[in-house]
Write a protein that binds this ligand. Structure first.
Ligand SMILES: *Cc1c(COP(=O)(O)O)cnc(C)c1O
Length: 496
């Protein structure tokens, strides 16, 4: 098999093996790691259509993580995609009103982050072993709610790791907080900070950049790493479910050989849709990549005008995981459409850092033909949940509903009738209040768990274990610190 090496989007030289790129996360120059080339699928759709999720995942990941042995990679995959998921299919497809919802929320924390965060700990510890790293890996994460829980669920009790999560005190939903403070695992630590998410994030960055601390840590047998969404160890596992979805459609006779499909993705940091773009570039018959935004519609404007401009009001929506003004993973696409010109990409990214905006050239824009961008307002999103429920009984979460709205706008605008897969990124139980309010405002008076029971009843869906678990779970974490006390509490947890 052809070896795939990785380089930074911001420098001309220097390549790393997959395991080294996974360990490092982010390049020293601030760029993201990209494969020198996107490999082509080397098994037929017919063959893939007979495989399990784990087998398809192996066929995809083996092409990217070429310095892992077959045994190592299969170990990671089988540890990740096991009975933690509530269905053997791992990522089932639900056909509703002519489109296929690819349900990516059957993992531990009932959101799509589980698809990558359940395997990252194993990719990371295997990479550490391969590179003779003796230190224990300490994952530090700041979270606005979802990522922290999914990362902890992934790393809990994984040998050779510890994970410390900071969240803004009073800045996450009651269910999210309960999910975090009840987290099990002897290697998990959760801390509320008296500050907002940005302060938590800056605090974590400062700890990462603290050279003195790094030296002390090394002496004590520890080193930091990040579970951030820009890690190539999170991006590549996401390519697998697009291949799996296509193979499944083929197996069920929903698409003919080589028939193209469209993919709609509710987008924030641009990781999920970039994975679909990689799948397309691997030879999977995908036609349009439809990028759905909420009212924070930076990406819609970007696809329309060629200008990326984050200078605008930040809007808090009911699809909070998409409330993002800087889509970090977009840098990988920019690099690619700049003709893999690191200098050009570097220049645009430095404009983004200094002026908050940049404009791509016409030549670059011409390479974005595969993409279509649109957005949904809060009212349109709620209406989409309500009307699909009335018509079919199927209940979407708010993020998925944004995608479904944009799918409708796209088909109305273009008349394109390709078979369409909608990435369904969270269980409605994760955003129960917004979902139930959309269905009927009368529900607003109910408590969080009353809403859970009601959702289960009206949607005829079993309450996911992730929710059932926290109803009566004991609180295991009760840490609070000031913004300037973050470093001390990390040292305390590590016994330093
Ligand atoms: C993270 C997340 C998204 C956005 O995915 P990106 O890869 O950041 O674009 C969408 N929906 C949900 C529920 C998420 O948790």
């Amino acid at each position: 098999m052809k070896e795939i090496l990785y380089k930074s989007t911001r420098s001309e030289s220097g390549t790393l093996k997959a395991s080294e790129a996974i360990l490092k996360g982010l390049a020293d120059d601030g760029g993201l790691f990209v494969p020198l080339e996107i490999p082509k699928l080397d098994v037929s759709i017919e063959a893939l259509s007979k495989m399990t999720y784990q087998e398809v995942a192996y066929e995809v990941m083996k092409l990217y993580f070429t310095d892992f042995t077959e045994e190592e990679l299969k170990y990671c995959i089988n540890k990740a995609y096991d009975s933690k998921f509530d269905t053997e299919e791992i990522a089932p497809l639900a056909e509703v009103e002519g489109a296929y919802f690819l349900e990516l929320f059957h993992g531990k924390t009932i959101a799509f982050k589980d698809m990558a965060l359940s395997i990252l700990p194993y990719l990371l510890t295997t990479s550490a072993k391969k590179n003779h790293v003796k230190n224990e890996i300490v994952i530090l994460t700041a979270t606005s709610g979802d990522t922290g829980k999914a990362a902890m669920a992934g790393f809990a009790d994984v040998e050779g790791t510890k994970i410390i999560v900071f969240y803004p005190n009073g800045g996450v939903s009651p269910i999210q907080e309960k999910q975090m403070v009840t987290q099990k695992g002897d290697n998990t630590y959760v801390v509320a900070i008296n500050g907002n998410f940005d302060q938590a994030q800056s605090g974590v960055k400062a700890i990462f950049g603290d050279k003195e601390l790094a030296a002390e840590m090394d002496k004590a047998g520890y080193q930091f790493s990040s579970a951030n969404s820009i890690n190539i160890g999170r991006l590549i596992p996401q390519v697998a479910y697009y291949v799996y979805a296509y193979a499944k459609l083929f197996a069920e006779g929903k698409v003919a050989k080589e028939q193209k499909i469209n993919v709609v993705v509710p987008t924030g940091n641009f990781g999920n849709i970039l994975a679909a773009y990689y799948a397309k570039n691997m030879g999977l018959p995908i036609d349009k990549l439809i990028c759905a935004s909420n009212e924070n519609k930076v990406l819609f404007d970007f696809f329309k005008t060629g200008e990326y401009d984050k200078n605008r009001e930040f809007i808090l929506t009911n699809s909070p995981s998409m409330d993002i003004l800087i889509s970090s993973n977009l840098e990988r696409l920019i690099y690619k459409i700049a003709g893999e010109d690191a200098a050009k990409n570097r220049q645009l990214m430095s404009e983004l850092a200094s002026a908050g905006k940049y404009t791509i050239t016409d030549e670059m824009r011409a390479k974005l033909n595969d993409f279509y961008g649109n957005y949904a307002t809060e009212a349109e999103t709620a209406e989409a949940i309500q009307s699909l429920y009335e018509k079919t009984g199927y209940i979407m979460d708010t993020h998925t509903a944004v995608a479904r709205c944009v799918y409708e706008k796209y088909t109305a605008e273009t008349g394109d009738d390709n078979v369409t897969v909608i990435a369904s990124t969270a269980s409605p139980f994760k955003f129960t209040r917004s979902v139930m309010n959309a269905i009927n405002p009368k529900y607003d008076t109910m408590s969080d768990f009353e809403l859970v029971d009601e959702l289960s009843k009206i949607g005829n869906i079993k309450i996911p274990a992730a929710i059932e678990e926290i109803r009566n779970a004991e609180v295991r974490h009760n840490n609070l610190c000031e913004v300037d006390g973050m470093k001390d509490i990390v040292k305390k947890f590590l016994g330093m």
